[in-house]
Design a protein around this ligand. Sequence first.
Ligand SMILES: Cc1cc2nc3c(=O)[nH]c(=O)nc-3n(C[C@H](O)[C@H](O)[C@H](O)COP(=O)(O)OP(=O)(O)OC[C@H]3O[C@@H](n4cnc5c(N)ncnc54)[C@H](O)[C@@H]3O)c2cc1C
Length: 1020
Amino acid sequence: MTARYLDMKTKITLSDFTELQEQLKGKIYFDNSTEHNAIKVLYATDASVYQEKPIAVAIPKDDTDIQRLVKFARKHQVTLIPRSAGTSLAGQVVGKGIVVDTSKYFNNVLEINPEEKWARIQPGIIRDDLNAMLKPMGLMFGPETSTASRAMIGGMVGNNSCGLHSIVWGDTRDNLLEAQVILSDGTEAHFKDLTKDEFYKKAQLQGVEGAIYREIHKLLHNPFNQDAIEKAYPKKALTRRNTGYALDLLNDNELFVEGSIKAFNFCKLLAGSEGTLAFITEVKLKLIPLPPKEAGLVCIHCTSIMDSLYANIIALKHQPMASELVDKYILDFTKGHHEYHKNRFFIEGDPQAILMVEFMADSQEEITLKANALIDELKEAGHGYAYPIIRGEDTKPAWDVRKAGLGLIRNLPGDTQPVNLIEDCAVLPEDLPAYITELQELLAKHQVNASYYAHAGAGELHVEPMINLKTLEGKELFRTILQETAVLVKKYGGSLSGEHGDGRLRGEFIGYMMGTKVFDLIHEVKKVFDPLNIFNAGKIVNTPPMNESLRYEAGKTTAEIKTIFDFSRQEGILRLSEKCSGSGDCRKSEITGGTMCPSFMATRLEKDTTRARANVLRQFLTQDTSEATKGNVQTKGRKGGDEVKHVLDLCLSCKGCKSECPSKVDVAKMKAEFLQHYYDANGVPFRTKVIANFTQSQALAIKVPSIYNFIVKNPVTSALVKKVLGFAPERSLPTVGKTTLRDWQINRLKTQEKREKNSFYSKLPLPSKTASRRPKKGKVYLFCDEFTNYNDVKLGQTAILLLTSLGYEVHIPKHLESGRTYLSKGLVREAQQIAIKNVQLLSEAIQDNCPIIGIEPSAILTLRDEYLELVPPSLLSDAERIADNTYLIDEFLAQEMDKKRITSDMFTQEKQLIKLHGHCHQKALSSLTATKKILSLPQNYEVQLIPSGCCGMAGSFGYEAEHYNVSMKIGELVLFPTIRKQEESVIIAAPGTSCRHQIKDGTGRIALHPVEILWNALKD
Ligand SMILES: Cc1cc2nc3c(=O)[nH]c(=O)nc-3n(C[C@H](O)[C@H](O)[C@H](O)COP(=O)(O)OP(=O)(O)OC[C@H]3O[C@@H](n4cnc5c(N)ncnc54)[C@H](O)[C@@H]3O)c2cc1C
């Protein structure tokens, strides 16, 4: 019987991999089952333009696993692709091999020596997380990429990364002291500073380790080679030099240069070798003291890019910590951006470019002196037109605009998009004006626009040309522009890669940049380290053509897909999925914070990132089938629907990505749309129906509240209910009130009416706080959402009493439920019917221009978000008017505070500390500012935000048995531990019903809605 090869080239069989899996402590995904295939699909890309499905994906647990993988790779002649966060821009972690992801298990800090200022760590530690750990010791690891919130040390070493402050803190190579690696023969080696004697001892070793010392010595000891290397590399003063292997830096030590005191260290070569020479399992990093506390950013507003480049040369004379450029292209994308618009506070007029020059010092006076000296010189030289100085905390949001540059420009509409191609070229800063002038001419010749930003101070501008890679012409242009730019860079003695590396993008041109002789030496080095080519084949050396295996198949048109949601603002569901550039902002941990992406924060698996979800969807949607043109996303013609569903499974639809992803990749919306199509083709599961029809079940339950509440509270019956529904046994089920909020309000109004008409009723007591107040501030409509109507009835009553007490006339208009339960389960078509009906009903109600306010964020915000994309064009203007008039109750009260219609003197003077956890949808679509503001209304109330992301419950997600553990893990990241630390007297505030439920299940503490807190604080 012939073996079934999983890969024809390597001839690896299923049983080979099965055997390997048995030997590994970690996991390997290799076969074509839904789970395995899904994982392979999402590891087909990084942050570059490349896409190639790997043969397998391994998640090793320890060094022994890596050694086993090396052994397997040697035996089967397959390549291993080391990977950490996968944010490489030149396709470094894309290829037909086994991707080895170290981000899950190789994230331990092994040793920190504050006295000697070094840390020994594993490669899967995120750079910013490491620095958060080091901060209390007054130390930090210097090199920082714009991706520092998720990029990992292994990848930083691989690419020799650096960033904003590289002119002072250097690159990763400068800060790498030692490395523990596994070599291509499976043996371990340790690279560190070696004296001559130590070097020669190493050269006597057996195996690959001995060979590399002997062969590299032979290669570098040759005066012809030394001379060639001397001439081939960029100008000596250029610090950004990542093209090829750093042979020039090895050349420069006591072994080869007479009188040199520099020790030999292979770490210099390892840094920037992109996983092609050895597998790193541990590194020792140099640490530096934290910079001075005070920072100041001079934001030089320029009338042209050229103006900013001359300003940069002047700025560098003033020894800043950083000098970075942001051009108008990027600045314009911050306009109206949910997350970044607020960061525009420092922008004056309409600059073509802003050069951000940072100074740090012990005092602001010192910064002012330095800044003023620079500004004076710039004015004298006629560069710039405005020079605001941003200080302290305000520097972060300004820097965030610069760091989000690449993600922001991905918001460009259409298929012509910025591409990473010549973004990494570096020349000396004084050569930048001439080089950029010529580059602009080159691009103009090809009629290509570009964005210019980033590390002007280091001579490296990220130039992002806009090219349509979906066309054959675009694919050719992609090559031509790099080829012609290489000529320019060489002319200025620059480096084709300054920090992002060569990967499979620039490898093709290293020979041209360095000359054949040195390129041959580079090949020789690779051969000595890795004779069988088992480490990241096809990167730096022997790269495939740079315009092959691109994400988009040039010349292919993909059929438009008929969707239920209106995706026109995102130019269709496919374009929305394509917006994901792979920048991996969704891979930040809870230490950096934010909401996106809760499931990744809990599992630390690539599968559970926003990026993975966008990736599988994009690859699924780009399948060109004749069936697809018939309109259904999930129909017979398309393969891989199960894979997509598998990858979407842990998406909590928190909408964190809608606001926090710089490219606004709204996965919650795409997930809902996809699920509807999937269910159309495969049927709706029972549990999904039950959850979606929550309103109907609760409407029945509330007819017999005592019986229903007994069933859901009694351990035996509730266990049965949970079992039948597939809910986690540990969860408590929600109970219903004695009456619906709507009925209670009708009765209340009737009683009120009677009171006004009949003296008998007027003698009945009213809730004390309403007794003295009469409505006088106008009418408000309360959206009686399904959760408040049936379950949180008391909260609804409190909200009505609070509003009434504060002088508002509360009406509950006629409307249906919000549709949230249908949306969260992907039954979009039913949600659409509800949206249409509600818009029709509410448009009558809001004729008189009075606000519609809601208590539960996930429900009320549906009117501002999904409804606008669900109703037909004929109802759109009504839906927009409703959206404009819709407020969270917190927002409404805050506005009334601003108008001085609600004042502090109405509330208690008592002292109270409140810890506030925000609802994800509120954070994504509004903010917590209003909630904080209203809770601070009582004079002596202090409100502190809990730095939590999503609580982990997310509607029904946390109830579902298979999601329970992840749900609780999310809660345990920040929310639960913070709450557990609070004294009993501290009030926990949470506007979301799911969040309050999760807090109770996770910590036993009762969290209150802000209206309950205000009601309790309202004076009698
Ligand atoms: C929006 C954006 C902005 C960026 N800004 C910057 C910037 O300012 N400065 C900068 O330098 N870069 C920048 N980059 C590029 C990228 O983020 C950095 O190169 C980053 O350090 C890569 O880290 P990673 O964990 O994602 O590595 P990966 O992409 O996973 O890997 C990088 C390389 O290291 C190798 N590698 C990983 N782990 C190991 C290991 N254990 N052993 C051997 N080799 C290994 C891989 O094979 C690969 O070749 C940016 C990227 C994006 C998308």
